[in-house]
Design a protein around this ligand. Structure first.
Ligand code: BG6
Length: 492
């Protein structure tokens, strides 16, 4: 099956932070891939903007190097590469002074009718300065959109300040808050699975589902990202990626697939989350920080050593037991966990169904009937596994065996799995906000996270240590085992 390519309208994509890591590693490769597939019109331009003084040639050489580094060699095509390079130009622009802004104006001048997207791949501290200058230098047209990278704030209040600052110059319909997890193929597939198949919906509720697990495990450690110490796993991964996955799993079927219908339903889930406060934070959450251990068979240093400091209370692992208090989900725990330096890289949503109400098999001669489980693997090896009971073939009595009906998307489709940014960057041009977070969603997510962060800070308890290469502190296992359940895959 081949991907259907629908070309987008002509555009000017201005990437602030254009010589930075995200732009070089993800954004330009994603745009190149779409160009290679023929989705960019001739009249599409990409403009790098940042404070560094670079010539056009320096910039294009940087981008070309990164394409050669991050794009698989079988996707490097010389004709497509030179066409893509021909779309690039560079403007040295200082977000905190007026230097360079007239040049940017001149670069964009005369193209007011094409879609114009400003991608702010810079620290959120600069969002206000940039938006104010975009306005003052008359760069915002009716076709303009602004794309905001996370983190949007470090709590509800700072997120609000950022949203207010950007909102002074842009209407909500022009603001695209990226959560790249929403652009992942399997995350969108979660919607297809739930709403394009008839048999899940009747059992997708507290009557049939015992609990849900959402795990985003990484093997990588800090990798030089010093900003991480100011954020930690909860702000970096839970407030956005994991809560978005929770929303897509728990939301009611939207009436349409349009942006507001989907986002309205996600918002209801966020608002229905049972608060975790200082009264129950110790029972419902676990924080961890990795110490030296091993990853992929190699010895690796602990978090503090990587960071080069003696002390930090920042969590590199978090596990939580959340509940969505509504008719569909009341009483169904959602166990959430994420961490760095875990034994394997895996992101998955596990739907654990309830035990049979009654078994007719009284003289089972082998195996045991275990409750059904649906595992939605987001990465790697994207796919879905439905664990079912079967009769182990052979004469004499019933022996039971659990087998996965395994649908790996790589096997099912012969097309490449596009990177999340490929979809999202062009959704901005198409003006489709479905996979972007609306302001009230960000607000509601912080409303749930803020009391947790406050409770941790009041209790001033250090995160528990875990060795790199393990599944987090033992308290994480205890969190779920206390309820008579266990983490999927932990003992594989
Ligand atoms: C980012 C986080 O949003 O997501 C990183 O800031 C994390 O800390 C990354 O490593 C994980 O993304 P992916 O797509 O590799 O799962």
């Amino acid at each position: 099956m081949s991907i259907q390519i629908i070309p987008v309208d002509p555009f000017d994509y201005v990437v602030f932070g254009g010589s930075g890591d995200l732009a070089l590693r993800k954004l330009f490769p994603a745009l190149y891939e779409r160009d290679l597939d023929g989705q960019l019109p001739d009249d599409a331009r990409i403009i790098g903007a940042s404070r560094s003084v670079l010539s056009n040639d320096d910039f294009t050489a940087k981008v070309e190097n990164s394409l050669r580094k991050y794009i698989p060699s079988d996707r490097i095509d010389d004709t497509a590469l030179s066409r893509f390079i021909g779309r690039l130009s560079y403007c040295a622009v200082d977000a905190t002074s007026d230097a360079g802004w007239q040049d940017l104006h001149a670069t964009l001048d005369g193209r007011n009718s094409v879609v114009r997207a400003f991608y702010l791949s810079v620290t959120p501290k600069l969002y206000e300065d940039i938006c104010e200058r975009l306005n003052r230098f008359d760069l915002i047209t009716s076709e303009t959109r602004v794309v905001l990278e996370k983190p949007i704030g470090t709590n509800g209040q700072t997120a609000n300040e950022i949203n207010n600052a950007v909102g002074r110059y842009f209407d909500e319909t022009q603001i695209y808050r990226i959560d790249h997890y929403l652009g992942k193929e399997t995350v969108q597939n979660l919607m297809a699975l739930r709403f394009a198949n008839v048999f899940f919906e009747p059992i997708w509720n507290r009557q049939y589902i015992d609990h849900v697990q959402i795990t985003v495990a990484e093997t990588l450690g800090l990798e030089g990202r010093t900003y991480y110490d100011g954020s930690g796993a909860t702000r970096d991964m839970v407030q956005n990626h994991i809560m978005q996955l929770l929303c897509l799993t728990a939301m009611e079927p939207p009436a349409h697939m349009d942006a507001d219908a989907v986002r309205d339903e996600k918002l209801k889930v966020l608002k229905a989350l049972d608060p975790i406060t200082s009264d129950n934070v110790a029972q419902l959450t676990v924080r961890g920080q990795y110490t030296a251990g091993s990853s992929g068979g190699q010895a690796v240093p602990g978090y503090l050593d990587e960071l080069g400091i003696d002390q930090s209370q920042t969590e590199t692992f978090v596990a939580m037991r959340a509940e969505v208090k509504n008719w569909r989900w009341n009483g169904v725990p959602f166990y959430l966990r994420t961490g760095k330096r875990l034994p394997k890289r895996v992101s998955e949503i596990v739907i654990q169904f309830r035990e049979l109400p009654h078994s007719i098999f009284t003289d089972v001669t082998g195996g045991k009937i275990t409750a059904n489980r649906l595992v939605i693997r987001l990465q790697p090896d994207e796919g879905v596994e439905q664990y079912m009971m079967i009769k182990d073939p052979g004469p004499g009595g019933f022996r039971f065996k659990e087998i996965p009906l395994d649908m790996s998307f790589a096997d099912a489709m012969d097309s490449r799995n596009p990177d999340a940014y490929e979809r999202l960057l062009l959704d901005v041009i198409r003006g489709n906000q479905t996979l972007f977070m609306r302001r009230d969603e960000v607000r509601a997510a912080w409303n749930w996270i803020d009391p947790i962060l406050e409770a941790w800070s009041e209790q001033a308890k250090k995160p528990a240590n875990y060795s790199a290469g393990s599944w987090g502190p033992s308290a994480s296992t205890a969190l779920i085992e206390r309820d008579g359940r266990s983490w999927h895959g932990e003992n594989d």
